[in-house]
Design a protein around this ligand. Structure first.
Ligand code: CA
Length: 223
């Protein structure tokens, strides 16, 4: 996950950078609006943390130009205290969220997580659980390095399970979300599909992911 910080106050920038690097984000820093915009447009970042008050080009102008250029990268704006106008202008220009200085790192962390998650859904980024990866655009599926070929219905079922991993899913939940028609009368079709998935997804792998919860339904979990 790549994050760009555009912040001219070097202390603040390095405080954020250190904290996020500790969380295993790949962090780049820019100290002015012109360079920040250039990096944001060229860097394929998952998130931009953008100070409003910047030399050369302010944060509002940066986010404006970013959106005008078609970039949908999530933007978290940093504003000084008591600048409601900045906040409104920033959100109008197309930033996704804001944080008022000074802030606790935990607050920043929570915003960063939420924005990256939202951004991934927008980008159609891979969905993952354990060593399982699903590409929502191509519908390709891998476990580790092994590609697993699934039918469209199997893919829909697995994607639903991955999105709700570690939750027990009843047959009714599965029917509602993966089949377009009412299913009460023949829920055993779901069991059949679960068995297809088991063979393909768990078959030769030592760690089983698809588990039956007796009397309740199914769960995707490790071990
Ligand atoms: Ca500043």
């Amino acid at each position: 996950m790549k994050i760009l910080i555009v912040e001219d106050e070097k202390k603040v920038a390095s405080f954020i950078k250190r904290g996020l690097a500790d969380e295993n984000y790949d962090v780049a820093v820019s100290h002015d609006g012109v360079d920040g915009l250039k990096q944001a447009l060229n860097g394929d970042f998952n998130l931009v943390i953008l100070d409003v008050s910047l030399p050369k080009k302010d944060g509002i102008a940066v986010v404006n130009e970013l959106r005008a250029a078609g970039s949908r990268v999530p933007v978290l704006m940093l504003t000084a205290r008591d600048t409601t106008e900045d906040v409104v202008a920033g959100l109008d220009a197309g930033s996704d969220d804001y944080l008022t200085k000074p802030f606790a790192f935990a607050e920043l962390q929570a915003r960063v997580r939420a924005l990256i998650r939202r951004g991934e859904q927008d980008r159609g980024a891979e969905i993952r659980f354990a060593d399982l990866r699903l590409d929502p655009v191509s519908h390709q599926v891998w476990r580790g390095q092994t590609e697993i070929a699934l039918t469209a219905k199997e893919y829909a079922l697995l994607a639903y399970m991955v999105r709700n991993a570690e939750n027990v899913l009843s047959r009714a939940n599965i029917a509602d979300n993966c089949w377009e028609y009412p299913f009460e009368t023949f829920t055993n079709i779901i069991d059949v599909y679960i068995n297809y998935l088991r063979k393909k997804v768990d078959g030769k792998f030592p760690t089983k992911l698809i588990h039956t919860v007796r009397g309740k339904g199914y769960i995707l979990k490790e071990g």
